[in-house]
Design a protein around this ligand. Structure first.
Ligand code: ATP
Ligand code: MG
Length: 417
């Protein structure tokens, strides 16, 4: 895409009321716009990153047989009364329409997915399976000061699995630990993300969270480096400051953010909706469930918190809005710089590489600063100087390394996703 066509622009300053690093950088770079506290628009650059994260998650969920659906946000009060959560969930948005009918704006989808699945499940032959969606969630979050890490409206991938018994559910749950680790590895925060033992609520001893170390987080975890797992501060009392895997007491405390979690729901939601199946002997049995959440904006914001530097955003290849940023210096009309930029642009596009081409008439310093702010992994300068030397000046955004390379070398460096 030509940068002159991009309708958003970078900004020198972030809004004064925005305190979080992720939101400040994303707003300045033109990736998101703030509508109100905890509510953001994804602009073209931001949406590209979000969709890349979404696709990685989709691939991983499909790899364990997840079937994608899309459930509504507008949810009847009765469903929420069935589980008792209409009155107990204090972050529930409730809307009343002109006829007096009450609805919840979905903060999660157990109340919808369970009655949905009930229509299709009757026998043990129908189990197990898992279904998931990417859908907006609404929560009346009291502290909406963490930018896109804690939205009042935010997109979540929520998956629900349905099983004949606990053994089967637990086997799937264990598999999900690996799948989640793959997601966080692929989006570029694998090294700083830990499988964390958390309180299981009333249905199981533990649930598991995936916590990423960052000062922007609201949680404290205790990490066992030997086992590469952590314990959430909330349950450390039970643990007597010991690793739940090896019993070791040499744990280090870190501030972190929860990027995802997995939960053994067992029959917490199948029971109130009477979701059951007939076993081999024709006896009714309750369906056993697990659920698995990841906040997409939370993940995106966490990448910014972890990798962003004083110059701006730094995107890992896998989720970057573009693979290459061509910065043309002094080109215009049909001069040689413009022609060479166009040629390189066309060649990269034909290789399946996504390219942002800064074809605007601005000073070099300004273009470089903006390029750093936007954070595309590879910057390629095309100028009369580089043309004269029959090379391209490239800069690796993450390392800051600048070098001159020939065309073949450049093309070899650029890989399609
Ligand atoms: P937290 O403790 O941070 O409030 P939660 O326990 O309420 O999270 P879940 O209800 O399990 O989270 O949601 C699953 C995932 O959705 C979380 O792991 C997180 O990635 C994301 N998430 C939760 N709340 C928000 C929010 N307000 N804004 C953005 N993402 C969120
Ligand atoms: Mg919450």
């Amino acid at each position: 895409m030509r940068q002159s066509q991009l309708f958003t622009k970078t900004q020198k300053e972030a809004p004064a009321d925005e305190v979080a690093k992720n939101a400040k950088l994303l707003i300045r770079a033109g990736f998101v716009d703030k509508l109100q506290a905890g509510v953001y628009t994804y602009l073209p650059l931001g949406l590209r990153v979000l969709k890349n994260i979404e696709n990685i998650i989709r691939e991983e969920m499909n790899s364990v047989g997840g079937q994608e659906i899309l459930m509504p946000s507008l949810q009847p009060k009765e469903n929420w009364q069935t589980t008792g959560r209409w009155d107990t969930m204090d972050d529930l948005y409730k809307v009343i329409d002109i006829s007096g009918r009450e609805n919840a704006l979905g903060p999660t989808h157990e109340e919808i997915v369970v009655p949905l699945v009930k229509q299709f499940i009757s026998s043990y032959r129908d189990l197990p399976f898992a279904t998931y969606q990417f859908q907006n969630k609404f929560r009346m979050e009291l502290r909406a000061k963490s930018g896109i890490l804690r939205g009042r409206e935010f997109i979540m991938k929520d998956m629900y699995s349905f099983h004949r018994n606990e053994t089967d559910m637990i086997a799937y749950y264990e598999k999900m630990k690996g799948v989640y680790a793959n997601v966080f590895e692929r989006v570029g925060i694998g090294a700083t993300t830990f499988l964390t033992f958390a309180s299981g609520g009333s249905f199981s001893k533990y649930s598991h969270e995936f916590q990423t170390i960052t000062s922007a987080g609201e949680d404290t975890i205790y990490i066992c480096d030997k086992c590469r797992v952590a314990v959430n501060n909330e349950i450390i009392e039970d643990q007597k400051h010991a690793c739940p895997e090896c019993g070791g007491k040499n744990l280090r405390a870190e501030t972190s953010v929860e990027v995802g979690n997995i939960f053994e729901l067992k029959t917490r939601f199948s029971a109130p909706f009477n979701l059951s199946y007939k076993d081999e002997d024709g006896k009714d049995q309750s369906v056993v469930m697990g659920c698995y959440g990841i906040g997409l904006g939370r993940v995106l914001g966490t990448v910014v918190e972890v990798l962003g530097d004083e110059k701006g955003l730094v995107w890992p290849d896998a989720i970057s809005p573009f693979g290459v940023h061509i910065v043309e210096l002094g080109g215009s009309g049909d001069d040689i710089v413009r022609k060479e930029s166009q040629k390189l642009y066309d060649e990269l596009i034909s290789k399946g590489i996504e390219v942002l081409w800064d074809d605007r008439d601005l000073r070099a310093g300004e273009k470089f600063a903006e390029s750093d702010l936007i954070g595309i992994p590879l910057r390629v300068v095309v100028s009369s100087k580089t043309i004269a030397s029959e090379s391209f000046e490239i800069k690796n955004r993450a390392t800051g390394e600048v070098s001159l390379v020939g065309k073949d070398e450049l093309m070899a460096m650029c890989k399609a996703k």
